[in-house]
Design a protein around this ligand. Structure first.
Ligand code: ATP
Ligand code: MG
Length: 630
């Protein structure tokens, strides 16, 4: 089928389209209506239908593929690999469900999960889904303060944690962070269930609150727990946005719509079907981890690979060796992950047999062209940039090799995915802009299945954050975009990242792309910095591919190049060459912190910062003065 026809059908006849897609999952009670839209922009997909995410991800596959691998959890940190079949997964999830039920958790109760990429994190998520509890996985890189904020918002009955995570061989104890967070929180959980891998020294134990996972597990060895049938629109989980742009919001996901959207995306977008293997390098704590390490592949009856560790350990070929060993068909990673590999010898990309691998999807941040070319040539596979948000739960923009593979256009995450009525509109007038012109990327409601249903406990914030930006009630992505004549979209950065130079509005992404085309630049971050004369001026922080001799000369060349490509108004006022850029653990640039430092303000909340050294470098560079002034 042609992409155009498939997509258009989802727009012209959404109820017919989604009714068909809904057949891919098991319904205990079929929906009474495909879409109820009486109270826009709130909508109910598959209203009245009852189903269960765990049943669809696990139980449903037992007959046909009980002995097939469901989950392979590989840790290059501990050196352990666990290969788990669907039958074993079913056993583990039942036991886990019995355990958490014994701790008083039931339908609608929240459970915070604070764990690294280990099999028990998946068991815990699926166990919650099984009994209708609402999980909220908090990324293990978050510090006690962030964890406490999320605890107070979600008010969990139970917190499940690991004794420790590991990164680059270094043990990061989690339990003390959990203790500190529970101390700080006003609504701490009644119980903390600790899964110990024996990595950290025996932590302090809070009697009555803390429960040892191994001991409790022994009590429920052969337990079976019936599936709780959930109305399609009940909450399945909360996922707090990473908070790059402010206080985290509890993105609330439903049950039925999410399952249907994932089922569709697995074959149509990711081109993975039952029996095939998908490897996402994401952390379970991110949206990609929820959708494409846990629920998506399992709902599809595929094998999911979960990886704990660095892309470069034990060697920079580790991802490709996993692809070879397990016959990975589709891989999913981030531009940051690829940039890490780009610093290594490209020969690592060719050491393993990748004949089964078909597609490498990258998402989460802009994919710059040089990186896209490097990896495309390096592994000789098609790279598919896809754009989505924690809020949407699955891609808004991508290509669909499972339906009809359209040509890749470098720099673009592609075309709208089924059900997404996207528009690019003028920020001021709210009118659609012409092809090739810049505007805000918006989605016309109702949002398709799978997207957030609200912000946890705060419908008003849901409205204010996403639906209050334009006269018409449109969902604002808060990202700038351009669509070309063929309908391909290009993302130009966040609307709050705009630089206003003497009344001219520049997207940070445009300037960064321009910097990246300089042959010496590895990566560039651009921020708007206050300027008495012009309001703001673009300031660049760049990392170089090799420690060049003439840093000042390179900085000057970057300025000149941007000026040539984008016009004098965009020419960076200053270019600072640094060894590393400050990023979050999920690989997103901390632009607000960079901007604050450049304006001699407090850099703000840095608890998600990956490498404190990077920030120190920025401070040093700023203190030293610009490498190229002007
Ligand atoms: P917060 O909303 O709390 O500030 P966040 O937006 O960083 O956090 P995510 O939902 O993980 O959290 O990120 C979604 C954003 O990432 C998008 O809005 C967009 O800015 C960027 N993004 C994701 N994928 C792509 C892509 N393929 N190309 C360009 N940008 C992308
Ligand atoms: Mg966001």
């Amino acid at each position: 089928m042609r992409y155009e026809d498939f997509y258009q059908r989802s727009i012209d006849d959404p109820e017919g389209f989604w009714a068909e897609q809904a057949r891919a999952i098991h319904w205990h009670v079929p929906p009474r209506a495909i879409l109820e839209y009486g109270d826009p922009p709130f909508r109910k997909w598959f209203a009245g239908g009852t189903t269960n995410l765990c049943h669809n991800a696990v139980d449903r596959h037992l007959d046909a593929r009980g002995d097939q691998l469901a989950l392979v959890a590989i840790s290059s940190e501990t050196g352990e690999t666990r290969e788990i079949t669907y039958r074993e997964l079913h056993d583990e999830v039942n036991v886990f469900a019995a355990m958490i039920r014994s701790l008083g958790v039931g339908r609608g109760d929240r459970v915070v999960i604070y764990m690294p990429n280990m099999a028990e994190a998946v068991f815990a998520m699926l166990a919650c889904a099984r009994i209708g509890a609402v999980h909220s996985v908090v990324f293990g890189g978050f510090a006690a303060h962030n964890l406490a904020l999320r605890i107070d918002d979600a008010r969990p009955k139970l917190l499940v944690c690991a004794d420790a995570g590991m990164r680059g061989g270094k043990v990061i104890p989690y339990k003390p962070l959990v203790d500190a967070a529970c101390e700080k929180a006003r609504h701490p959980p009644a119980h903390v269930l600790v899964v110990s891998r024996g990595l950290a020294p025996e932590p302090a134990w809070v009697p009555g609150r803390d429960i040892d996972h191994a001991a409790l597990r022994a009590e429920f060895r052969d337990a079976r727990v019936a599936v709780e049938w959930m109305e399609s629109n009940e909450p399945s989980y909360l996922l707090y946005t990473s908070g790059t742009t402010g206080k985290p919001k509890g993105v609330q996901r439903d049950v039925g719509g999410y399952a249907v959207a994932l089922a569709l995306s697995m074959w149509a977008i990711y081109d993975v079907r039952a029996g095939q293997v998908m490897f996402s390098t994401s952390d379970v704590g991110w949206a990609v981890g929820h959708s494409y390490n846990v629920y998506g592949p399992l709902i599809a009856g595929a094998t999911s690979i979960l990886y704990e560790g660095l892309p470069t350990h034990p060697d920079p070929g580790v991802w490709w060796s996993i692809c070879e060993k397990y016959g990975v068909r589709t891989m999913f990673s981030s531009p940051t992950g690829i940039r890490v590999l780009k610093k290594q010898d490209a020969a690592w990309l060719r050491k393993h047999d990748l004949s089964v691998l078909q597609w490498l999807f990258l998402a989460g941040e802009p994919l710059d062209e040089p990186t896209a070319h490097w990896i495309t040539e390096g592994i000789g596979k098609t790279i598919i940039d896809n754009y989505w948000q924690t809020e949407t739960g699955w891609p808004v923009l991508s290509l669909m090799p499972g339906v009809d593979m359209k040509p890749v256009k470098f720099g673009s995450p592609g075309l709208p995915m089924p059900g997404y009525r996207i528009r690019v509109i003028d920020e001021g007038s709210g009118e659609d802009v012409a092809p090739g012109e810049k505007g805000v990327l918006v989605i016309e409601p109702p949002l398709p299945p799978g997207c957030l249903t609200t912000v946890w406990g705060d419908d008003a914030r849901f409205m204010a954050s996403y639906f209050s930006h334009f006269k018409e009630r449109l969902y604002s992505s808060l990202d700038w975009a351009i669509r070309d004549e063929d309908g391909y979209a290009f993302i130009l950065g966040r609307t709050d990242d705009v630089i206003n130079v003497a009344g001219h509005r520049l997207g940070t992404r445009e300037v960064e792309e321009s910097c990246s085309t300089h042959p010496d630049v590895a990566e560039a971050a651009v921020v708007g910095v206050r300027d008495a004369l012009k309001g703001q001026v673009p300031v660049v922080f760049a990392t170089l591919k090799t420690a060049g001799e003439d840093v000042a000369g390179t900085a000057e060349a970057i300025r000149a190049q941007v000026g040539r490509q984008l016009g004098a108004i965009a020419r960076p006022a200053r270019v600072y060459v640094v060894g590393a850029l400050p990023k979050t653990r999920s690989g997103k640039l901390l632009r607000r912190s960079l901007q604050a430092l450049a304006e001699e303000r407090d850099p703000g909340d840095l608890s998600t910062l990956d490498d404190p050294g990077a920030l120190e470098e920025v401070r040093r560079a700023l203190g030293r003065g610009a490498d190229a002034g002007g």
